[in-house]
Design a protein around this ligand. Structure first.
Ligand code: ZN
Ligand code: FE
Length: 255
C-alpha cells in the first residue's frame, strides 16, 4: 500500500482546499468544495482525476463547489447523513463509524455535532490523518451554530481521544486570531507561547499553519483543555468540563 498524497491550498477568504490522492488506485478526493474552479485547477496541475468529494458539513463554503465539480468530473459525493437534504449532489450519506475508501485506504467517519447538527470528520487511522472541517481549528474550535456546549465538548472529546500523532487538517486559516485569544485564557502556558511564536513566523512568511498535529493542540488549544483543573478554576467552574468549555467559547464569541 503506497502512501496517500495530500495537497492543501488556500481558497476564498480563509478556507483551505484539500485534495487527497492515492497513487496506487488513481483515486482523488476533495475534502469539501470551497471553490470548484480552484479545486479543478489544482487537481489538473497535479495530474490527478477527481473521483470523490467528502463533505464535512452543509455550510456553503464547504459544499458550494459540489455540483460544478460533479458535472465536470462525475465524482461521487459522500457527506453527513444528518444533513443529507442540505448537501448538493449527495450520493452517499454516512454517519458514525461508516467506512469510506480511497483505493485501499480507509477513512472512518466520526459524528461531531456542535458547529452544525450533522457535522462529521473523516479519520484515516492507517495514514494518521483526520479531516475535521469546522469542528477543531489550530488553537480554536468552530462556533456553535446548531449545537450546545455539551454536544461540542463531547465531539471535541472524540477528537482528543485519537492517537496523539494524528495530523489534523482543519478547513480555515484562523490560527493567528485564535492565538491572540488563547493567550488570554492561559497566559502562563509555555507550550502555547512556543506555538504562538511559530504561528507568527509562519504567517509573516505567508505560510499555512494547517495542518496541525493533535499532540500540540492537546498542550495548547484552550478548547481542548476544558478538563484541566487549573483552567477550570481560572474559568470559575472547578470540576466541570462542559461549563468550562462553554465559558471559553462564550469569551471567544465576545473577543
Ligand atoms: Zn462551517
Ligand atoms: Fe467553514
Amino acid at each position: 500500500m503506497s502512501d496517500i498524497e495530500i495537497h492543501i491550498f488556500p481558497c476564498r477568504q480563509d478556507n483551505y482546499g484539500i485534495l487527497v490522492h492515492d497513487p496506487a488506485s488513481g483515486e482523488t478526493t476533495a475534502i469539501d468544495t470551497p471553490d470548484d474552479q480552484r479545486i479543478s485547477e489544482e487537481a489538473k496541475a497535479k495530474g490527478w482525476t477527481l473521483t470523490q468529494i467528502w463533505n464535512t458539513h452543509w455550510h456553503p463554503d464547504h459544499t458550494g463547489g459540489n455540483l460544478a465539480l460533479k458535472e465536470e468530473w462525475n465524482c461521487v459525493i459522500i457527506g453527513p447523513v444528518g444533513e443529507q437534504e442540505k448537501i448538493p449532489g449527495l450520493d452517499r450519506a454516512v454517519g458514525e463509524n461508516a467506512l469510506v475508501n480511497l483505493g485501499t485506504h480507509e477513512a472512518r467517519v466520526i459524528d461531531l455535532p456542535g458547529h452544525t447538527a450533522g457535522h462529521i470528520a473523516f479519520h484515516m487511522p492507517d495514514d494518521m490523518v483526520a479531516f475535521v472541517g469546522d469542528t477543531l481549528f489550530a488553537l480554536g474550535c468552530g462556533r456553535l451554530f446548531e449545537g450546545s456546549p455539551d454536544q461540542m465538548w463531547d465531539s471535541l472529546s472524540k477528537l482528543k481521544a485519537l492517537p496523539e500523532d494524528t495530523i489534523i487538517y482543519c478547513a480555515h486559516e484562523y490560527t493567528q486570531a485564535n492565538a491572540k485569544f488563547a493567550v488570554t485564557i492561559e497566559p502562563e502556558n509555555q507550550a502555547l507561547k512556543a506555538y504562538v511564536k511559530t504561528v507568527t513566523e509562519l504567517r509573516s512568511a505567508n505560510k499555512p499553519t494547517v495542518p496541525t498535529i493533535l499532540s500540540r493542540e492537546l498542550e495548547a488549544n484552550p478548547f481542548l483543555r476544558a478538563d484541566e483543573p487549573a483552567l477550570q478554576a481560572a474559568m470559575g467552574h472547578p470540576g466541570n468540563d462542559v461549563e468550562t468549555f462553554a465559558e471559553i467559547r462564550r469569551r471567544k464569541d465576545n473577543f
